[in-house]
Design a protein around this ligand. Structure first.
Ligand code: 3HC
Length: 697
C-alpha cells in the first residue's frame, strides 16, 4: 500500500483505479475521497479513454465501513461518489474478485460493466445489518435485472456466485486468468465496438407482471417477523418503477439514514462484530494451537455423521470409527445421504460429493484413529460410556492429540479426570444437524490447556461455526439458559396459558419456533432423561410441573411419536384437547386458579428468564462476555438477531425495567428463583451489561 487507499495508474489510455484498504477494502471516507478524485481525473483527462476499477488484497470492496456507522456521516457521500463515476463520461469496468458486497456492489453498478473472477460473489447484505442499500442499490439493481429478482436479492441479503451473476445479468462476464488484464481486454473490445451503455440511473425498469411483483413483495413482508429493514427495502425497490430516479434515490437515502439509527441496526451491528470477536479469547493472542489436518470422529450416528460432514467440508481429512461392520456401513450411508441431499438441492455437484467421500474413511475400531490430530467423540450421552472411551482413546492416539467430547450436559472435568492427559481434553458441543447449525460451544475444563482450547476454536471456525468458549456447568451456556426458560414456560402453562398461546407469543417476538414446538421437534424424552438424572438432587421445595412427565409416560414423545404437546395426526401441529385436559387437571390438583397472560407478558417472562440466567452465567465465569451469551442464544436457539441477543436487548430496554420483570418471574418460580446478583448490582448502579463487559476488557 502506498499510503493512499486509492491510486490510479495508466495503461495505454486505460485508467487502472486500485482500491487498497485492508482488510476488506471497506469504503472509508479516505477511499470515497480517493474514488471521487479518480472519477474527476477520468473526466478531465482527454488521454483517458476508459477506466477499470479493481482492488488489492483478498477482496473487491466489501461495502461501507461499518465502523463509521453511528458516527456523523462525512463527505463525500457514497451516492455522490457513484454518481461521479457514472457521469465521468468514460466507460468503466468493475473487476470483481472476492466479494463485492453492499456499497461495493453499488459502486460496481455505477460502472458501465462488471466482470468477475470465477470464485467471486456479489450481494447486497444491508438488510442483515438492519438497514437498506443506501447508495442506489435499490434503484440501479432493479433497472438492471428487474424488480422481482432485485427484491429477492436485496431482501434476502444473500450472495450470488459469479455464474449466477452472469446468468441474471448482474455481471457481464467471468474472467479466467488475470482479472485486471481480462477486464482491460474486455473494456478495449467494448470501446472498439463503439458500445456506450446508458448509465443505470438513466435506464427504465424492465416491464414485469404487476401481480407477480405484488406477490413477491408480500412474501417478503410476511417473512420479516418483526424486522423492519426487509419491508423498507421492498418499499424502496418498488419506488424504482414508480417515480424518477432522483426522487427514489432521495427516499432510499432517507430510509437508509433513518434505519441506521434504529435499535435493530445497532443490534445487528453488535451481532456482526460479535460473530467475529467471539472466537478471540482475551489475553490469549499468543497461543498457537495444534496443526490439524485429520479429524477423527467416534460414532457415526446423526451427530457423528453431521460432524464428519462439517469437518470434510472445512477441508480436513476425516476418519470415522464405529464398533462393528454393520454400524460402519450404516454410518457411511448416513454420511452419503447428507451429501446426496446437498446434491439434490443444487448445493454440491456429483464431483464434489465424490471428492468429499474420498476424504472420509469409515472404519471399525479405535485403532484407526492413530493418525488423527484431533478426535471428536459423538457417542451415547452417558458418563460411563464417555469415560470408558477416553481411556480407550488414550491408548491409540498420537501424543498431544486433542480429544473433544461432544456432550450437551455432562461434566467435562469428570470425563477428563480418567485421562492420562486431561490437558488435551475439551468439550465441543455441536447442535443438530451438526453440518448445518452455526453454533458450537467449545468447553474448557479445569485442566484443559490453552493450546487445546484454541485448537478446538480454530477447527470450529474452519467449519464456519460461531464457536463460543464456555465453562463447565450443567448445560453450559445455551442449554442452561434454555432449561431455565423451559421451566418458566411450564409455570406459565400451569398458571393459565396453553402451549399454543406461549408458542404464538414467542414466534411473534421473532423466534422461528415456540418452546413447545421445539420440544416436540427434538423429542420430549431427552429432557425427560435429564429430569430423571437430576431427580435425586432436586430440592422438594422447588416448583415442579409434572405435565411433561405425564406426556412422556403416555408415549407422547413429540413429532417422532405422532403426538407430544401437539397432535400431528394431520401432518401438521394441531393443538390437542387431551393436552389441555392434562394441564387443567394439573392446575386443579395444585389448586391453581388459571389467569390470562397477554403475549407481551409471556414475552417479558421469556426475556427476563434468559437475561437472569445469562447474568448468572457471566458472574460465574461460564461465559466470558455478554456477546458470548448473545451469540449462543442467536445462533443456537433462534433469538432474533435483530434484537441483538438477550443481554444486548436488556441494555437497550434498560436494566431497572428488566430487573422488575425478573422479580416477577422469580416470584412465579418460587423456591430457588432469585435475581442474579450481577443484574441487581448493575441495575441499581445505573450500569449496563456492555459497561460490565468493557470494564473487564
Ligand atoms: N466495515 C468495516 N469492517 C469490516 C467490514 C466492513 N464493511 N467488513 C469486514 N470488516 C472487518 C471485520 O470486522 C474483520 O475485522 P477483525 O479482523 O478486526 O475481526 C475483518 O474486516 C475481516 O472480516 P472477516 O473476518 O469477516 O473476513 P472474511 O474474509 O471471513 O469475510 C467478508 C470477508 C465476506 C467481506 C465479510 O467481512 C463481510 O461479509 N463483511 C461485511 C460486508 C457487508 O455487510 N457489507 C455491507 C456494508 S453496509 C453498506 O455497504 C451500506 C451501503 O449500502 C451504503
Amino acid at each position: 500500500m502506498t499510503g493512499k487507499p486509492v491510486r490510479i495508474t495508466r495503461q495505454d489510455g486505460i485508467a487502472l483505479i486500485e482500491v487498497d484498504n485492508p482488510p476488506v477494502n471497506a469504503l472509508s471516507q479516505a477511499v470515497r475521497a480517493g474514488l471521487v478524485d479518480a472519477a474527476n481525473e477520468m473526466a478531465v483527462d482527454p488521454e483517458i479513454v476508459g477506466g477499470v476499477l479493481h482492488c488489492g488484497g483478498r477482496t473487491f470492496i466489501a461495502g461501507a465501513d461499518i465502523n463509521e456507522f453511528g458516527k456523523p456521516p462525512m463527505v463525500p457521500f457514497l451516492p455522490d461518489v457513484i454518481a461521479a463515476f457514472e457521469s465521468c463520461g468514460k466507460p468503466t469496468v468493475a473487476a470483481i474478485h472476492g466479494t463485492a458486497l453492499g456499497g461495493g456492489l453499488e459502486m460496481a453498478l455505477g460502472c458501465s460493466w462488471r466482470v468477475m473472477a470465477p470464485t467471486a460473489q456479489v450481494g447486497l447484505p444491508e438488510v442483515t445489518l438492519g438497514i437498506i442499500p443506501g447508495a442506489g442499490g435499490t434503484q440501479r439493481l432493479p433497472r438492471l435485472i428487474g424488480i422481482i429478482a432485485a427484491l429477492e436479492i436485496i431482501a434476502s441479503g444473500r450472495r450470488m456466485k459469479a455464474s449466477e451473476a452472469v446468468e441474471t445479468g448482474v455481471a457481464d462476464a467471468v474472467v479466467d486468468g488475470d482479472l485486471v488484464e481480462g477486464a482491460v481486454a474486455f473494456l478495449r473490445e467494448r470501446i472498439a465496438a463503439g458500445e456506450k451503455p446508458l448509465p443505470l440511473s438513466a435506464r427504465a425498469v424492465p416491464a414485469e407482471d404487476a401481480e407477480a411483483i405484488e406477490n413477491a413483495a408480500n412474501k417478503i413482508r410476511a417473512r420479516a417477523r418483526g424486522q423492519l429493514s426487509p419491508a423498507k427495502a421492498v418499499e424502496s425497490v418498488l419506488n424504482a418503477a414508480a417515480m424518477p430516479f432522483a426522487d427514489a434515490m432521495a427516499i432510499e437515502r432517507a430510509a437508509f439514514l433513518e434505519l441506521l439509527g434504529t435499535d435493530q441496526a445497532k443490534a445487528l451491528r453488535h451481532v456482526f462484530f460479535g460473530e467475529r470477536r467471539v472466537a478471540k479469547v482475551p489475553g490469549q493472542q499468543d497461543v498457537v494451537g495444534h496443526t490439524v489436518s485429520r479429524v477423527g470422529v467416534v460414532g457415526a450416528g446423526t451427530m457423528g455423521s453431521g460432524i464428519a460432514v462439517a469437518a470434510v467440508e472445512a477441508g480436513f481429512d476425516v476418519t470415522v470409527v464405529e464398533t462393528s461392520e454393520d454400524a460402519a456401513a450404516r454410518g457411511r450411508e448416513r454420511i452419503e445421504g447428507i451429501f446426496d441431499g446437498l446434491v439434490k438441492r443444487g448445493r454440491l455437484g456429483t464431483d464434489g460429493k465424490a471428492e468429499r467421500m474420498a476424504r472420509i474413511a469409515v472404519e471399525v475400531g479405535h485403532e484407526a484413529l492413530g493418525d488423527a490430530d484431533m478426535v471428536i467423540e459423538a457417542v451415547f450421552e452417558d458418563m460411563a460410556v464417555k469415560k470408558e472411551l477416553v481411556v480407550a482413546l488414550d491408548r491409540v492416539v498420537k501424543p498431544g492429540t486433542v480429544i473433544a467430547t461432544n456432550t450437551s450436559y455432562l461434566d467435562i472435568n469428570e470425563i477428563a479426570r480418567v485421562s492420562a492427559h486431561p490437558e488435551n481434553i475439551c468439550g465441543m458441543h455441536f447442535f443438530s444437524p451438526a453440518n448445518v447449525m452455526k453454533l458450537l460451544e467449545v468447553v474448557g475444563g479445569e485442566a484443559t490447556s490453552d493450546d487445546t482450547l484454541l485448537t478446538a476454536l480454530v477447527v470450529g471456525r474452519k467449519m464456519k461455526k460461531v464457536a463460543v468458549v464456555a465453562g463447565v456447568c450443567d448445560g453450559f451456556i445455551g442449554n442452561r439458559i434454555w432449561a431455565a426458560w423451559r421451566r418458566q414456560a411450564e409455570f406459565l402453562l400451569e398458571d393459565g396459558a396453553l402451549p399454543q398461546d406461549i408458542d404464538a407469543a414467542i414466534t411473534a417476538f421473532g423466534f422461528p419456533m415456540g418452546p413447545f414446538a421445539v420440544y416436540d421437534l427434538s423429542g420430549l424424552d431427552i429432557a425427560w432423561a435429564q429430569r430423571k438424572r437430576l431427580a435425586p438432587t432436586r430440592d422438594p421445595r422447588a416448583r415442579y410441573v409434572g405435565v411433561p412427565d405425564t406426556l412422556c409416560e403416555a408415549g407422547r414423545l413429540g413429532r417422532k411419536s405422532g403426538a407430544g404437546w401437539y397432535d400431528y395426526s394431520s401432518g401438521k401441529a394441531a393443538p390437542d384437547r387431551i393436552v389441555t385436559s392434562l394441564i387443567e387437571a394439573a392446575r386443579a390438583e395444585k389448586g391453581i386458579a388459571p389467569r390470562n397472560f397477554t403475549a407481551e407478558e409471556i414475552q417479558a417472562r421469556m426475556r427476563a428468564t434468559m437475561v437472569n440466567e445469562g447474568a448468572k452465567i457471566l458472574e460465574e465465569g461460564i461465559a466470558m462476555r455478554t456477546l458470548d451469551v448473545d451469540m449462543v442464544m442467536i445462533h443456537g436457539y433462534g433469538y432474533p438477531a435483530w434484537r441483538g441477543g438477550p443481554m444486548f436487548e436488556a441494555d437497550l430496554v434498560g436494566l431497572p425495567s428488566i430487573l422488575a420483570e425478573v422479580e416477577e418471574m422469580c416470584a412465579a418460580g418460587g423456591f430457588g428463583w432469585k435475581p442474579a446478583p450481577l443484574l441487581v448490582e448493575l441495575a441499581t448502579s445505573g450500569k449496563s451489561f456492555t459497561d460490565w463487559s468493557k470494564e473487564r476488557g
